[in-house]
Design a protein around this ligand. Structure first.
Ligand code: CMX
Length: 435
């Protein structure tokens, strides 16, 4: 799509100029201090990365180019058959900083549709894996297997100038995003529906077509997918999947290597896999209590038991947020509109009433509120996607929009190889003695 590509290039030139000036005139201005707790404790909160696509506020939550989730739901173009924003629009916004028009998102959806042919060998590679291979493993391997198609890797081997890196990176990113729903749906139908594949419907937008290929043509489900694929897309640069994608990309690995690596980070239970862990937790709880409608007392007892066993309550807590996650709230609002009679949804809301006080009572949890993963599983179960080991793949398809638009920016701005300094125990002890 020429229009998006040239707009992106134009925007990057302005930012490039700003960054050059900033580095020249203010490069030595201090933005943070680092204490040993952060060195040993996962670098929490250290301001040390640059990412244009979104910014996370501990209280207000994520803002994509200044737009909160409720604002996105109001401002981004929608399908004529739904009320939720089109993820194509969010990608455009992240890449350019501008809210696109209806015809621009339709053009983008058409462009992705044209680029959506998955190479045959990727399907053969997926087929060669045992059916019980975790869907995230299949997804990450499928992405890596498409590296044979990388325009960036080919141009780099030909000796392209570093000023032009952004162009083949943009092409790889667009091709990759176009193909992800096809790969994800293929894995889903292969593993859970006897490999009965569903052909794409070219008339549908990116998210609705994904819903269709998964096997559900309910318009409400298509709209859920638009919302889902929008709200999971980005959470600024430091979260594990975004940071991994960026780190790998900073070595000039192409988009396929970088995204595959990012998906491996998303597959961890403290990150994206939490969405499968939440529904497993709820099912285990209902199973043990023996009812679909437990009392508050029964639920509280189960939460305490889980904590006493030294386990976390999945879907609660966050490294940055200090309020209920607006992505949780957006899903709650969707459920209030469409699903409020659903027993499982009621349990999600019951947990929302009970868990925060219990976690607060532990005295150590910095954020007792629900995160994005606390709600999604129960909604998916309602629409027939009950196979929870697939949930993180859905998250991954969405997260690709954010981390890949970031990768385009990184190459356009010529951001360098990431290489922080690590220290060992001896260094730390000497440092303490000296200070
Ligand atoms: N249940 C029980 N204990 C929790 C907890 C939870 N949901 N959240 C935090 N804690 C505990 C931590 O395990 C830690 O305990 P120790 O000191 O004994 O190790 C203590 O509270 C302090 O942790 P924190 O500073 O509040 O949280 P972190 O920044 O270290 O970790 C997160 C953040 C998300 C990993 C953590 O809250 C957690 O494990 N939550 C459950 C898993 C989850 O929902 N992950 C998804 C996050 C969103 C996403 O990336 O998709």
């Amino acid at each position: 799509m020429k229009e998006l590509k040239s707009l992106f290039q134009e925007k990057t030139q302005h930012v490039q100029k700003d960054l050059k000036d900033i580095l020249k005139n203010h490069g030595d201005l201090q933005v943070d201090t680092v204490v040993l707790r952060q060195v040993i404790g996962g670098m929490r909160g250290i301001k040390s990365m640059f990412s244009e696509t979104s910014l996370l506020d501990p209280i207000d939550g994520i803002k994509f180019r200044g737009y909160s989730i409720p604002e996105l739901r109001d401002s981004l173009p929608k399908s004529s058959r739904g009320d939720e924003p089109l993820p194509e629009g969010l990608f455009w916004l992240m890449l350019t900083g501008e809210v696109p028009s209806q015809s621009q998102v339709e053009g983008l959806a058409d462009d992705w549709e044209k680029r959506s042919q998955v190479p045959e060998h990727t399907y053969r590679m997926i087929d060669s894996l045992p059916l019980d291979t975790h869907p995230m493993t299949q997804f990450s391997m499928a992405i890596a297997s498409m590296q044979t198609e990388s325009v960036f890797a080919k141009k780099y081997a030909e000796g392209i100038s570093k000023m032009k890196y952004w162009d083949p990176m943009y092409e790889d990113v667009m091709n990759l995003i176009a193909r992800l729903p096809h790969i994800a749906a293929y894995i889903y139908r292969r593993v859970y529906h006897d490999n009965k594949q569903i052909k794409a419907d070219e008339s549908l937008d990116w998210a609705a077509n994904f819903a269709h290929m998964l096997g559900n043509n309910d318009e409400e489900f298509q709209d859920l997918m638009r919302l889902y694929l929008t709200i999971h897309a980005d959470h600024e640069g430091g979260n594990a999947s975004a940071h991994t994608t960026h780190l790998v990309g900073s070595t000039l690995s192409d988009a396929y290597y970088s995204l595959s690596a990012g998906m491996n980070a998303l597959a961890g239970p403290l990150h994206g896999l939490a969405n499968q862990e939440v529904i497993k937790f709820i099912f285990a709880m209902l199973d043990e209590i023996g009812t679909k409608t437990p009392t508050d007392e029964q639920v509280s007892k189960f939460i305490h038991k889980t904590l006493d066993e030294g386990r976390v309550i999945p879907g609660y807590g966050h490294a940055v947020l200090r309020q209920p996650d607006p992505r949780f709230t957006a899903q709650k609002k969707f459920s209030e509109k469409h699903l409020k009679e659903d027993d499982l949804i009621q349990v999600v809301w019951q947990l929302f009433r009970l868990v925060p006080d219990i976690l607060d009572g532990l005295g150590k949890v910095k954020n007792p509120w629900p995160n994005v993963d606390a709600h999604s599983g129960a909604i998916l179960v309602h629409y027939g996607i009950k196979e929870y080991t697939f949930y993180t793949v859905l998250f991954g398809v969405s997260r690709a929009l954010g981390v890949l638009s970031n990768l385009c920016w990184a190459r356009a701005l010529g951001l360098p190889l990431e290489r922080p300094k690590s220290v060992n125990l001896e260094w730390i002890k000497n440092y303490i003695t000296e200070n």
